[in-house]
Design a protein around this ligand. Structure first.
Ligand code: G1P
Ligand code: ZN
Length: 543
């Protein structure tokens, strides 16, 4: 049992993206690749004496191997204790919850979120700080800098740790505590929501269907919906986590969660449907034959927060990522609380929540959450909706239409062009940048461009500046087109186009978003020359 120091050479591509380092499994399997990155994390955070680390992942392919390596490295790098989820499993929100509950020196989460898994699929790793949230850019940049000059890493030579039985184990003087991955999280949920009211709703025949997409939320959903809330067992589908997510793409949207969508749009549909992603931080909310956009969902949760025990005392503020629709802004205005607009990625919400400036946060990319943890939280959003439904006793659709009637509708859609050549994607972005001067003031039918820029953000808490966060084209009537390159993909480039217009007229609220946004879509394609430059004539995914 000894700690060895192994000589290594840097890789040049270990730059964390929107949410940690994501690469294909074969890339992670290269000699010393994982070890280099983990050592770069440990070197950057300078492990203090008696430190505890949380460790777990979404159970995707390579999760178990990576956990064993990281445990050995944590021991050699002086951690006193590691809390690891049984079977190596922790959903991202559960990891955040456990970091906060046990006040650990942060945690390492193994996940590539909604990206497909398997031997040739994606794997990912990220460090969350002691507040339970993703490391801010300052730290991820320092980790990247360290990875470019790393010369050695430390690892203990020990046997694998038994991950499938809870209990304490010793390796090289470090304690590994294998813990139940669900319990602390389920308790936190029970402390926020009115489980009695939800139980009553479900007992009264209100049918729900939750799709765990063979990803991490299966065991969490079973415990919460079936055991604690009394829903029938078949309320949770695809509940068994699989290393390749059953060959699926564990992204809860209308395209990839089609099995659930078909159920909610079919005959005898349940009243409520929801899905979560690979690591459990995203959510999709459906009513009977009805889809709630994540931007609307954030606004509706905010407007109804007073109905939910954990939020009855009021909201300090709301934050949304820049491409997310301004529906939440309207609610904030009515409530008389601030609404912050941040760059894409949950890491920008952490400072605002730590400073007590915001309670609810959300992104258009199926991410909603609050200051109960420092990650977005899929099951939390589902429970929030169920709590509202239990109190209001209306349909999902009824609640959304009533909301629009009161606040107006921010009609919204996102078009993704996935896996296009990087050159073509960069060419589109450059063209847009080069067009700023001519676009400003330009008229497109009844729409006139008021301003265009590349979004940059100054963090109101620490003053840090993040630039290059997406091209915004804003029209005089408030409509917006945003172009952004994804920072989470592992192959080619993904170009996202976000489209938003405001519709105050109730008689038009039933319109399909693609129809209502047709003019904006046409303008977006025209000014970006997207079809010509990428050879694509339609988006891969529309949400
Ligand atoms: C995507 C989403 C973003 C989210 C991130 C992690 O990042 O757009 O909102 O925070 O995944 O779940 P992107 O690929 O756009 O960089
Ligand atoms: Zn995720």
């Amino acid at each position: 049992m000894q700690a060895g120091t192994i000589a290594t050479a840097p890789y040049t591509d270990q730059k964390p993206g929107t949410s940690g380092l994501r690469k294909r499994v074969p890339v992670f399997r290269q000699a010393h690749y994982l070890e280099n990155f983990v050592q770069s994390i440990f070197d950057t955070i300078a492990v203090p004496p008696n430190a505890t680390l949380v460790l777990g992942g979404d159970g995707r392919y390579y999760n178990r191997e990576a956990i064993q390596v990281i445990l050995r490295m944590a021991a050699a790098n002086g951690f006193m204790r590691v809390l690891v989820g049984k079977g190596g499993i922790l959903s991202t929100p559960a990891a955040s919850c456990i970091i906060r509950k046990y006040r650990t020196h942060g945690g390492i989460i193994l996940s590539a979120s909604h990206n497909p898994g398997g031997p040739d699929g994606d794997f990912g790793i990220k460090y969350n700080t002691a507040n339970g949230g993703p490391a801010p850019e300052k730290i991820t940049e320092a980790i990247f800098a360290q990875s470019k000059k790393i010369a050695q890493y430390r690892i203990s030579e020990t046997a694998d740790v038994e991950l499938d039985r809870t209990g304490d184990y010793e390796i090289s003087g470090m304690t590994v505590s294998v813990i139940d991955p669900v319990e602390a999280y389920a308790e936190l949920m029970e402390s926020l929501f009115d489980f009695t009211a939800i139980r009553k709703l479900l007992a009264g025949g209100f049918k729900i269907k939750f799709d765990a997409m063979h990803a991490v939320t299966g065991p969490y959903a079973r415990e919460i919906f079936v055991h604690r809330l009394g829903a029938p067992v078949d309320s949770v589908m695809n509940a068994v986590p699989l290393p390749d997510f059953g060959s699926g793409h564990p992204d809860p949207n209308l395209t990839y969660a089609h099995e659930l969508v078909e159920i909610l749009y079919g005959e005898d549909a349940p009243e409520f449907g929801a899905a979560s992603d690979g690591d459990g931080d995203r959510n999709m909310i459906l009513g009977k034959q009805f889809f709630v956009t994540p931007s609307d969902s954030l606004a509706i949760l905010a407007a109804n927060a007073h109905l939910v025990p954990g939020y009855q005392q009021g909201l300090a503020g709301i934050a949304r990522s820049m491409p997310t629709s301004a529906a939440a802004d309207r609610v904030a205005k009515t409530l008389g609380i601030p609404c912050y607009e941040t760059p894409t990625g949950w890491k920008f919400f952490g400072n605002l929540m730590d400073a007590g400036k915001v309670t609810l946060c959300g992104e258009e990319s199926f991410g909603t959450g609050s200051d109960h943890i420092r990650e977005k939280d899929g099951l939390w959003a589902v429970l929030f909706w169920l709590n509202i439904l239990a109190v209001r006793k209306q349909s999902v659709q009824g609640i959304v239409f009533e909301h629009w009637a009161k606040y107006g509708r921010n009609v919204y859609s996102r078009h993704d062009y996935e896996d296009i050549p990087a050159d073509a994607a960069n060419g589109v972005m450059k063209l847009l940048h080069d067009s700023f001067a001519t676009l400003k003031g330009a008229q497109f039918g009844h729409l006139q461009v008021k301003m265009c820029d590349d979004f940059s953000y100054t963090d109101p808490v620490d003053g840090s500046v993040s630039t290059g966060q997406g091209v915004r084209i804003i029209f005089t009537d408030g409509s917006r087109i945003i172009f952004r390159l994804s920072g989470t993909g592992t192959g080619g480039a993904t170009l996202r186009i976000y489209l938003e217009s405001f519709e105050p007229d109730v008689s038009k609220h039933h319109l399909d978003a693609q129809v209502a946004l047709a003019t904006l879509i046409r303008i977006a394609l025209q000014i970006s020359e997207l079809h010509k430059r990428t050879g694509r004539d339609k988006p891969t995914v529309i949400t």
